[in-house]
Design a protein. Structure first.
Length: 69
């Protein structure tokens, strides 16, 4: 089994939404909106979609990315 730091960060976010959001429409909005936007950001910046790659700098960069969108 893969170690946690080798898991896809966006897959983990999607699974969390599946498990914790009751409304199907809210799940779809979260997964296809927010998670997809995060994945686009990671790809645009050349950041690996691995849990071990996500840190404060990545999240602050993503925040700025969203503000500029």
């Amino acid at each position: 089994m893969k170690e946690n730091n080798e898991l896809s960060a966006t897959l983990i976010l999607s699974r969390m939404a599946e498990s914790n959001i009751a409304s199907e429409s809210s799940k779809k909005n979260f997964i296809w909106g927010y998670v997809s936007a995060f994945k686009e950001y990671l790809e645009a910046e050349g950041i690996s979609d691995r849990l071990s790659s996500i840190n404060r700098d990545v999240l602050e960069g993503y925040q700025q990315y969203l503000l500029e969108r």
